[in-house]
Ligand binder design. Structure first.
Ligand code: MGD
Ligand code: MGD
Ligand code: SF4
Ligand code: MO
Length: 668
């Protein structure tokens, strides 16, 4: 039976699920899905272990000890909903709807699970709105600024590219179904450059590593742009025909001479020149930017500067060329019908999820009195964890967590409600990378008393007095029909009925359609090169007290905290670990294997220190993220801060500065 992997991953795989007597017995990558091509990843190859995990929440649980003590007792759904409904209505009456804060992200990327009945409920309640910025906000905003849309080349054209820059992207870890496409391009002679401060598995696989200083991408992109213009090698007719704001762009780029670019990025002048020559002469040129670029303070400007490079090189002229960061806007579903913004009374405040710590500990007028968490595990994944946990410990904060697992966040809940797994529910899936829309029907009944996100919010709505409201009567099938109810030509013919017969369908964009040139009606400019309205980039500083840059990239065997409770997936890292270059370990007088105290201006954490060839001197790394339970109640996000990026209010996880001091001399 066809299913879809719900996890926060570029690939959004189709899966073949074998059932026997109402139980799932085998899960494999769908053979007939053009991107999945019959294989899943290390994590989903072990999915039965997740489905049947001992940490699964199967029944409503009520807190019985102090906050965070992890003491709960089983309750019935009726008891839970009565208590939650009464408490939430009391909070709304006393403090107003804004005292209620939803907190969710992409734990399940199904359209219904991620943003449908939940949004309706919080809109109708007049709850605080959540700005969901933790992952892609800066890039989303910068792409919209330049291109008007989050659209890139079709990944199925990657094989045609002759020059590829993987810029802040580590597909060997995060996007394994891109690897066959990159390999295909390489086998046909393409050169693949990896722009990354770490010597990642992707850099090792594809050879050309541009080892830049962390957070210096704006300089590299503008330096390359200036070089192309100064040497007359940019695509003049493309810029003249399709771009506006070129002069303003040049003004921003002009200070970035080769020498200045080399000084700030650490990339030698000769390398920048050679790369510049290649960008000008080798086409199709694919700029494949990952999210790593935009977890820094100058995130927006970095994505803008790389986008500008895609324009001045005329990379969009060729099928297989262009700038691929995401394809989220390839799916113009009827979001307003799904989420119903018009239900909102007035204009409730918006809270940035990156600043959850402050929201829970400092916000007033009204304070946050109830926090409803689903699809996310902020106790482990949000920055400035010290503040987040202080907030979650507040006895006067009413916390409800709808979860599949007894996560670090669930441990702080007043009520935990059991969430169904994707295979136990019906959903519709898009992708943020490829262009297939998929239906995932319910394959098996939910375990225990678990319910889908949509059903959870239907129940919550009834408990909060919306029993007769029409918006909470819609079934999951109704919701899918409403999502697909659009006149947009890209979705023409994709209906509930057609998805029953063909659960994997491509949106109506041809592989040969070049983004924007062939997908937009145009007679004027298509690209805006004007600089973003932000303070221009200045090189990041590394203060003497915190001399090391900490990067917390994605881990191969987990997705953020998801899968982190499967010890077999963490077999190579039994203890929470920080990796450093051997030179730094020696310089600090430390030893490989030793436990160390890592400190930042925000907090500290005890970790095991290991040498790694991926790190370079001055840069340490720790994969995001371990469960707090593995680290005495804390993890690496003790060190990261709530500082927002320059544009879009994004997170700045990779702009963290730390120092390392010995903790115990014992070597494990
Ligand atoms: N296995 C696995 N897959 C995942 C995830 C996971 O946790 N595990 N997470 C999923 C999610 S939520 C996301 S958002 C995506 C993210 O996947 P990617 O887009 O690949 O992004 P990251 O893993 O955040 O970082 C990619 C690279 O950026 C590099 N980087 C760090 N700082 C800089 C810098 O200043 N400049 C440049 N040029 N590069 C820098 C890092 O070293 C890293 O190698 O992956 C998804 N897929
Ligand atoms: N230090 C550091 N921290 C980071 C990052 C980093 O690079 N460095 N990356 C950030 C990024 S890119 C992201 S996207 C965030 C992700 O942060 P989170 O949104 O917290 O993602 P996960 O850790 O995957 O947690 C998702 C949770 O959703 C639950 N879940 C899954 N399916 C369902 C469902 O159907 N219903 C309900 N109710 N729950 C479900 C899972 O069990 C899991 O506990 O982390 C951020 N945190
Ligand atoms: S986690 Fe990503 S690669 Fe693995 S099965 Fe899911 S969508 Fe595919
Ligand atoms: Mo993410």
């Amino acid at each position: 039976m066809h299913q879809v992997c719900p996890h926060d991953c570029y690939d959004t795989c189709g899966l073949d699920v074998k059932r026997v007597n109402g139980r799932i017995m085998r899960i494999t990558g769908a053979k007939d899905h053009p991107i999945t091509q019959g294989f899943a990843c290390l994590k989903v190859n072990r999915y039965l272990e997740r489905l049947n995990h001992q940490d699964r929440v199967l029944f409503p649980l009520k807190r019985t000890g102090p906050k965070g003590s992890g003491n709960f007792q089983r309750a019935s759904w009726d008891e839970a909903l009565d208590a939650i409904g009464t408490k939430m209505q009391h909070i709304v009456q006393t403090y107003g709807g804004e005292a209620i804060l939803p907190y969710s992200f992409s734990g399940n990327m199904g359209v219904l699970s991620e943003a449908s009945m939940d949004r309706r409920f919080f809109n109708a309640l007049g709850a605080s709105q959540l700005a969901r910025t933790i992952c892609t906000a800066s890039a989303d905003m910068a792409l919209r600024w330049v291109y008007g849309q989050r659209l890139g080349p079709d990944p199925e054209t990657i094989g045609r590219a002759a020059l590829i820059l993987l810029w802040g992207s580590n597909p060997v870890v995060t996007n394994v179904h891109e690897i066959p496409l990159l390999d295909q391009a390489q086998s046909q002679g393409a050169d693949i450059y990896v722009v990354d401060p770490l010597y990642t598995d992707t850099a090792a696989r594809y050879g050309h590593h541009i080892d830049l200083n962390p957070g210096s991408d704006v300089a590299l992109a503008l330096g390359l742009g200036r070089y192309l213009v100064a040497t007359g090698q940019y695509d003049k007719s493309f810029v003249a025909q399709y771009a506006q704001g070129f002069d303003a762009y040049l003004e921003r780029a002009w200070p970035w001479t080769l020498d200045e670019t080399a000084r700030v990025t650490g990339v030698p002048v000769a390398t920048i020149e050679r790369l510049g020559e290649r960008l000008a002469s080798v086409h199709p040129l694919l700029l494949r930017t990952g999210y790593g670029v935009q977890r820094q303070e100058h995130a927006g400007e970095a994505v803008w500067a790389i986008s500008a490079l895609s324009v001045i090189t005329g990379s969009y002229r060729d099928v297989g060329g262009g700038h691929l960061l995401g394809n989220g806007d390839a799916f113009p579903l009827n979001w307003d019908r799904l989420t119903r913004p018009e239900l909102r009374p007035g204009n409730p405040r918006t809270i940035n999820m990156v600043q959850l710590g402050d929201a829970l500990t400092q916000l007033d007028d009204p304070p946050v009195k109830a926090l409803i968490v689903y699809n996310s595990n902020p106790a482990a994944t949000a920055p400035d964890q010290g503040r987040v946990l202080a907030g979650l410990r507040r006895e006067d904060l009413f916390t409800v967590v709808h979860e599949q697992m007894l996560t670090d966040t669930a441990q702080y809940a007043d009520w935990i409600l059991p969430a169904a797994m994707a295979f136990e529910t019906l959903d519709l899936h898009t992708s943020y990378w490829h262009r297939y829309i998929q239906l995932s029907p319910q394959a098996v009944l939910p375990a225990g008393e678990a319910v889908s996100n949509t059903e959870f919010f239907r129940r919550l709505a009834r408990a909060c007095g919306f029993k007769d409201a029409p918006w909470c009567q819609d079934s999951d099938e109704d919701l899918i029909r409403q999502a697909l109810d659009t006149q947009h030509p890209w979705l023409h013919g994709i209906t509930w009925e057609s998805l029953q017969k063909r659960p994997v369908q491509k949106v109506n964009l041809k592989v040969s359609d070049r983004p924007f040139l062939d997908t937009k009606d145009h007679n004027g400019p298509l690209f805006r090169l004007y600089p973003l309205p932000v303070l221009p980039f200045t090189p990041p500083q590394t203060p003497a007290e915190y001399p090391l840059v900490l990067i917390t990239p994605s881990r191969k065997n987990t997705i953020k905290s998801s899968f982190g409770n499967n010890p077999r997936l963490l077999i190579r890292e039994p203890n929470p670990t920080i990796y450093a270059h051997q030179e730094d370990i020696e310089h600090l007088g430390l030893q490989d294997g030793q436990r160390v105290r890592v400190e930042s201006p925000t907090g500290h954490v005890i970790l095991q220190l290991r040498g790694s060839k991926q790190a370079r001197p001055g840069v340490v790394l720790s994969y995001a993220v371990r469960w707090n339970q593995d680290g005495g109640g804390v993890n690496i996000n003790q060190l990261t801060s709530q500082t927002l990026s320059d544009f879009g209010g994004g997170a700045t996880f990779y702009s963290t500065r730390v120092r390392i001091i010995p903790w115990e001399n014992e070597v494990e």
